[in-house]
Design a protein around this ligand. Structure first.
Ligand code: GDP
Length: 701
């Protein structure tokens, strides 16, 4: 017998435990992707209902109502209005929180009006006893014209009953539970006459919502004689909402009894401290400090292991594969490229471990509340704090963390400005440049000048982010206005299953999304660095050997010289040289140019590339040697030091602002679904960096 498939849409307000229900139903049988063309996350999973029936569950974005105010909410409406959509549900499962039924049921009554078979899940049943709540299920079922599953997705209770209801979805009543058209019988009567074959409430939504679906009908409606003005429609919508709440209040009066004797004492106390004007911030920044310390401390070990593992693999492959182009591609392009993806996994996994614990516990909502006022001024959201600060580790997980920001515009601005934050890859570059140009001296008795410079550079990064936030806030226009819904869910012990699934999903999303692009670009950069157009590159060995024939070089030194010569004559080398006229006003020579071009692979490559060009040799990349070599480097024409104060400051500023990380560009492409935004980052940030460095050098030289 063929397998029957039931299509299920999970719908509900944010924080009702929708994701937990989804995880309970589908376990790890999930695929996470995006809706076509937009970056709203699309989660789908499957489950077995009985021997011959399977369910495919779509976890729709959390939404408060069918009145779209964000891209996420539009997704829900567009699906529910379009019976031809391949995902149109056979049954809608509406998840609500037993403690917030009043607000949660608004959406449910709207879905009922669309006459879609709907099951009402009342979740968080485990909290009823403590909160003194009792619900009269048969009464509610009768009033709301539905079937109810009382569920605790935390304890896993009620899930079997829910599956049973899904299996028998054909028995569900489809009639609306209230008559919304009574808000203006005359108007709805006319609508009814004009479009006798259409569902009345669907028409109403098409009229009032700016959703993509139903263009044709909207045109027809706009042409018809009884159109209403925008303000009239707004007023009607308000009337509709009031009507729904009246209905819900009446139903709940008898259907759910709340004994408020043991009210939310603890919660109120905690809230008072955690959102306090002073302590709130102190606590939050302490928690952040702790998190980033742990991310650094814990990631280092696996990252080193991964690093060593891949270099071992690379040299193992080099020894054991027949020499040739293909082997070089594998050992110098593909393996390090994959390594360059895998190395980010520990940071990403740890960051999302912490983020999801903060979210699950309910604390994140307090932080958002706390920070929102401050961040709004810069076009950012309270939730932008996490990406901005995570960026000090690495922009990649940081940009991914921006997914938590529902408002698309705020999310976009956050994604665009996050790379300004000083990531850990800049640290080796800063460290060496600072030690070259800033004296290791104390000022004011206790402040180390070098340390101070480093701190200033970090602050410059945040400043860059904030300033560009302000600019983008002015420039960017989007369809959705932002309004802040202050929702404070209850504090809860995080659910291990939810946390684990988040970590796995985010890591997977990174590896398969940005990973592909990082790998491809690594191979391109490898190719450009290890191939050259002319004889100079091909015959590097002979040329260097004959030039140096009189000198007494060790085999190692000779190899280093050859490598340096090859790099100079490779495509990257030629690119570095050809940009010299452009970067000379910034105080850089072509050698620095090569290092800048190749640090697109990753900023920290800057130091290594200079080491190769100055042919110090790959075996001796310890800092002392490269530092001495850089300090000694002079301009052959003027005899002046290359790394003087002016050039050093100019370079520091360049690295502080320039968008020089293809992995970040890749993740921005992935998260925004377009090359436009990463290109704006690339040219905007680098252009700005160029300007600042130019001014700095010209003033200081
Ligand atoms: P979503 O925003 O609707 O997807 O909600 P989540 O599934 O992320 O859950 C929101 C919060 O409620 C999390 O802290 C969950 O751990 C918690 N939660 C989910 N289901 C239950 C439940 O049945 N009982 C309790 N006590 N907490 C739950």
């Amino acid at each position: 017998m063929a397998t029957q498939i039931i299509k299920i849409s999970l719908i509900g307000n944010p924080n009702t435990g929708k994701t937990s229900v989804f995880n309970q139903l589908t376990g790890l049988n999930q695929q996470v992707g995006n809706y076509p063309g937009i970056t709203v996350e699309r989660k789908q999973g499957t489950m077995r209902l009985n021997g011959t029936t399977k369910g495919t569950v779509i976890d729709l974005p959390g939404t408060y109502s069918l009145n779209a105010s964000s891209m996420d909410e539009s997704v829900v409406i567009e699906l529910l209005l379009n019976r031809k959509d391949k995902d149109f549900p056979d049954v809608a499962v509406v998840v609500t929180d037993v403690e917030n039924l009043k607000r949660n049921l608004l959406l449910f009554t709207q879905i009922k009006d669309l006459e879609i078979p709907a099951i009402l899940v009342i979740n968080m049943a485990d909290r009823m006893e403590r909160k003194g709540i009792t619900v009269d299920i048969p009464y509610l079922e009768e009033q709301l014209k539905t079937k109810i599953a009382l569920v605790s997705s935390r304890k896993g209770t009620g899930i079997a009953a829910l599956k049973e209801l899904i299996l028998n979805y054909k028995d569900l009543p489809t009639e609306p539970c209230l008559n919304a058209s009574s808000i203006d019988p005359d108007y709805f009567g006319k609508l009814r006459q004009a479009f006798p074959n259409q569902l009345l409430y669907k028409l109403w939504l098409v009229i009032t919502q700016d959703v993509n679906f139903g263009q044709v009908e909207r045109n027809e409606i706009d042409k018809s004689s009884f159109t209403k003005s925008k303000t009239e429609l707004k007023r009607l919508q308000q009337k509709e909402t009031i009507k729904r709440y009246q209905f819900i209040n009446n139903v709940l009066k008898l259907g759910r009894i709340v004994n408020t004797a043991n009210a939310n004492d603890l919660r109120a106390k905690l809230d008072r401290v955690l959102t306090h004007k002073v302590f709130g911030y102190v606590i939050f920044f302490s928690i952040l400090m702790l998190i980033f310390q742990s991310i650094f401390a814990w990631s280092n070990v696996p990252m080193d292991l991964i690093d060593e593992g891949f270099s071992w693999l690379s040299s193992y492959a080099a020894k054991n594969l027949p020499p040739g182009q293909l082997t070089e591609l594998v050992t110098q392009g593909i393996i390090p490229g994959i390594g360059g993806v895998v190395i980010f996994i520990p940071q990403i996994a740890f960051l999302f471990l912490f983020i999801s614990i903060l979210e699950e516990s309910g604390y994140m909502s307090r932080v958002v509340f706390l920070m929102d006022r401050v961040m709004k001024r810069f076009g950012l959201s309270g939730k932008s704090v996490v990406p901005l600060i995570s960026g000090t580790a690495c922009a990649i997980p940081a940009i991914m963390a921006a997914r938590n920001i529902e408002n698309w515009r705020e999310r976009l601005i956050t994604i665009l400005v996050t790379p300004f934050t000083t990531c850990s890859a800049r640290l080796p570059v800063y460290a060496i440049l600072i030690s070259l140009i800033i004296p290791n001296r104390m000022v004011l008795g206790f402040v180390n000048l070098q340390g101070l410079t480093l701190m200033l550079l970090y602050m410059l990064g945040f400043l860059g982010a904030i300033l560009s936030g302000i600019i983008l806030n002015k420039v960017l226009k989007t369809r959705y206005k932002s309004f802040f819904v202050a929702e404070m869910p209850n504090y809860k012990v995080p659910l291990a299953k939810n946390v684990a699934i988040t970590v796995v999903e985010k890591t997977k999303a990174f590896v398969y999304g940005a990973g592909k692009i990082i790998l491809a670009l690594s191979i391109v950069i490898w190719f450009l660095g290890s191939h050259g157009p002319g004889d100079d590159f091909e015959n590097a060995e002979q040329i260097v050997t004959s030039e140096e024939s009189s000198a007494t070089l060790s085999a190692n030194e000779l190899d280093d010289k050859i490598a340096a010569y090859q790099l100079q004559n490779s495509y990257i080398g030629i690119m570095g040289k050809s940009i010299e006229p452009a970067i000379a006003p910034l105080g850089y020579d072509w050698k620095i140019g090569i290092a800048i071009v190749s640090s697109f692979a990753a900023r920290e490559v800057f130091v290594g590339t200079l080491a190769t060009i100055y042919n110090i040799g790959s075996g001796s990349d310890d800092e002392a040697t490269i530092k001495q070599r850089m300090r000694a480097e002079t301009d052959p024409e003027t005899g002046k030091k290359v790394f003087n104060f002016a050039t050093g400051i100019s370079l520091l500023l360049f690295y502080a602002f320039a968008m020089q990380c293809m992995s970040t560009l890749a993740i921005t492409k992935k998260e925004t679904n377009s090359w436009k935004w990463p290109m704006i980052q690339l040219f905007g940030m680098s252009g700005f960096a160029y300007l600042v460095s130019l001014i700095a050098y010209q003033l200081l030289k």
